[in-house]
Design a protein around this ligand. Sequence first.
Ligand SMILES: Cc1cc2nc3c(=O)[nH]c(=O)nc-3n(C[C@H](O)[C@H](O)[C@H](O)COP(=O)(O)OP(=O)(O)OC[C@H]3O[C@@H](n4cnc5c(N)ncnc54)[C@H](O)[C@@H]3O)c2cc1C
Length: 282
Amino acid sequence: MRRFEYFEPATLGEAVTLLARYSGRAQPLAGGTDLLVELKEQLRRADCVINLKKITGIGGLSFHAREGLRIGALVTAREIEVSPTLIEHYPSLVQAARELGSIQVRNRATIVGNVCRASPSADTLPPLIADGAQVVIHGGGGDRLVALEDFFTGPGKTVLKPEELVTEIRVPAPAPRTGKVYLKHGRRKAMELATVGVAVSLSASEIRIVLGAVAPTPIRARRAEELLRGKTLNDVLIEKAAEAAAGESAPISNVRASAGYRRDMVRVLTRRALQQALGAIK
Ligand SMILES: Cc1cc2nc3c(=O)[nH]c(=O)nc-3n(C[C@H](O)[C@H](O)[C@H](O)COP(=O)(O)OP(=O)(O)OC[C@H]3O[C@@H](n4cnc5c(N)ncnc54)[C@H](O)[C@@H]3O)c2cc1C
């Protein structure tokens, strides 16, 4: 591993000053489950690593019935997985957290780290986008709020500037009678990155279908959503929407699966996710 400077700032202000000083040559460190692997394997370069763990005030997980959910930058996948509140109100996010790596990984991996790594196959992105999440970005000029679906610009790329950090993810309170589902398809049942991931959030007022691992960033299947909006869902409509979603995906072929197989799995998983979300409406 190449040598790097290492800092443990105690405040956000100190962290942002360090990021600005190293302008683009510093990497924030949360759980390190992506960053340390990438540094060790020289897939990423850093002259400076800034550990966020000692910063106070960015670790909280809270839920309010009107304002919704706040996931601080240090909240781990495991905290999401075991939270009774989240199991009740954000079941698709819980499902994604449950399927992320192993329990050892989940005990360290943060949700914000999963988001900032911006892998097209990252598990928490489809359910968070389907739930209408926003990211709070902190930089020298204060805070700005960006819709998560606009946060990604390509594989491993986001709208974050070099001197900015994500401090929180905000997720609106669920509308009454919402069905939420995340389905992940991989070659194995555990410790596997998604070949395809589909999240659906379905209520009387809104429908969101989000596809993971089938485009350079997670994408909304907007034509599929449009086919269903305002309609009473039945098997024929659901099948049409699933086909539309497959048509909207733009997968690549790689070691995990061919593009054709992935597209077909988008159709199958979208159909299943819609049926399950419909059944899950309470
Ligand atoms: C064995 C193994 C299995 C895995 N399986 C899965 C899986 O099934 N599904 C899946 O989605 N992922 C998987 N991962 C990937 C990984 O665990 C996740 O992406 C994790 O959520 C990243 O969080 P972290 O806290 O470890 O981030 P880190 O590694 O600390 O950081 C990840 C990236 O985000 C940046 N970053 C972190 N926090 C911030 C912040 N607050 N502001 C700005 N930038 C920030 C870092 O600089 C870095 O570029 C796996 C990893 C391993 C090692």
